[in-house]
Design a protein around this ligand. Structure first.
Ligand SMILES: Cc1cc2nc3c(=O)[nH]c(=O)nc-3n(C[C@H](O)[C@H](O)[C@H](O)COP(=O)(O)OP(=O)(O)OC[C@H]3O[C@@H](n4cnc5c(N)ncnc54)[C@H](O)[C@@H]3O)c2cc1C
Length: 391
């Protein structure tokens, strides 16, 4: 609850007016606060007499005991997921900046082979649990193991890939450890003054980027989607240590996996070099055929903006943007896409963007290298004609 210094309060009522929760009230010309206060702090700024203040937050334990960065590795059919390597590359930079060791945690029935790969990609140490009976993604076991090891070894930062697995384990872990978790970060940095992990992610429907820190609890935890950070160069001269972890203490599992269904193949858009992206401006579902025809002629892959997925013109796997895939093509041809911030979040890694749009003020033109103010279907048709005549 907000603190009110009654000696300073003049009973002006400004704080009462600003409180969206209606948690403040006046009695005998003094402000009082109810339990419904959410500590948003708006009233603190509104009070001209500095009578209101937020309670001082203090850490519940000695945070200086926490040191090092962990990346929770993930593999599929004996191969490390690209997001694990991307995270290691970024975490290496953060660890160098903080001058702390970087560890990868790996649970696998082939852990020893993969551990070397993790070291080649930047890990100083691999904490591994290797057992022939281990399933590739045993969430319950990973959760128990990580909870015990984090409590024992106290890493300062723990990073997960924002995969279905990471999205399932990381929040449970954060709740168990009573710490914060920022999901789907698009940037990770170290704050120069306090050395905190600054976790940036889209907020308020993607309309602004929020930078979140976890100053009063440890570890600082974040998930990052695939394709956000570049894959680090594999350096086979790197050396590191491997530490075998004990099996977590036996507890009755809270979660039983009854059945696993293999999902249809994931989109290969993140690694595409040439990309044609269709937006609502293509007009009709039928025009998707033209988009695919042109993509086929130039050897490109096809991505779409969200409205096309919502309209059933394309599959979600091909959606590009904040809630879809992040891409890094050499050339991206954008057809009838307005360039909403949520879409741009997925294409900022493109080397060259060519945008075709009828609206000269379309936001896509602000990020495009080549701006074509034209009808995208007419443009497509003439491109197809030209390429076909060259065959
Ligand atoms: C939480 C959240 C997450 C989201 N995530 C995503 C996401 O991951 N990916 C995504 O794409 N969107 C996402 N969106 C939706 C996003 O805000 C936009 O609504 C969407 O990107 C718009 O798609 P669009 O540009 O294809 O369509 P529109 O906004 O309808 O734009 C169509 C464009 O085509 C142009 N045009 C029209 N006719 C022609 C023509 N004949 N030739 C050339 N140009 C023409 C118009 O000038 C216009 O610029 C998200 C929204 C929210 C709130």
């Amino acid at each position: 609850m907000i603190s009110i210094d009654s000696a300073l309060c003049r009973g002006c009522g400004l704080c009462v007016k600003t409180c969206a929760q209606q948690a403040l009230f006046l009695e005998n010309k003094k402000a009082f606060c109810k339990d419904s206060c959410t500590l948003c702090g708006i009233c603190v700024d509104a009070c001209p007499f500095h009578a209101l203040s937020l309670p001082q937050k203090t850490a519940k334990e000695d945070l200086s005991a926490y040191c090092g960065i962990w990346v929770v590795a993930q593999c599929d059919q004996g191969r490390l997921l690209p997001v694990t390597l991307e995270l290691l590359g970024k975490a290496r930079q953060l660890a160098d900046q903080k001058q702390v060791p970087l560890s990868a945690v790996l649970l696998s029935n082939q852990a020893e082979t993969l551990a070397r790969e993790l070291i080649f990609s930047g890990a100083d140490q691999v904490l591994l649990l290797s057992h022939s009976s281990l399933a590739a993604e045993d969430e319950e076991l990973t959760f128990r193991l990580l909870a015990e090891e984090i409590e024992r070894r106290k890493p300062e930062i723990v990073l997960f890939g924002a995969t279905a697995f990471g999205r399932s384990v990381a929040p449970r872990l954060a709740a168990r450890l009573r710490t914060g978790l920022t999901a789907d970060c698009t940037q990770l940095e170290i704050d120069k003054e306090q050395g905190l992990l600054l976790q940036t992610r889209p907020a308020f429907g993607g309309n602004l980027m929020a930078t979140i820190a976890t100053p009063y609890a440890r570890p600082q935890m974040a998930t990052v989607r695939a394709g956000i950070f570049p894959t680090p160069k594999r350096d086979t001269s790197r050396t590191g240590t491997q530490v075998l972890l004990p099996f977590p203490t036996k507890k009755k599992p809270g979660l039983h996996v009854l059945e696993t269904q293999i999902q249809a193949e994931n989109s290969s858009l993140p690694s595409a070099q040439l990309l044609v992206v269709a937006g609502k401006g293509i007009g009709t579902k039928k025009n998707m055929k033209l988009v695919h025809r042109f993509a086929q002629l130039v050897g490109a892959q096809v991505g779409v903006s969200r409205p096309l997925v919502e309209a059933g013109w394309s599959d979600y796997r091909y959606q590009i943007g904040q809630t879809g895939v992040t891409v890094h093509p050499k050339i991206l041809l954008s057809l009838g896409v307005s360039g909403a911030i949520q879409h741009l979040a997925g294409i900022s890694g493109a080397e060259t963007i060519i945008a075709v749009n009828t609206d000269p003020h379309a936001p896509i033109f602000q990020v495009a290298d080549y701006k074509v103010q034209a009808d995208c279907i007419a443009t497509l048709e003439s491109l197809i004609q030209r390429y076909e005549s060259q065959k």
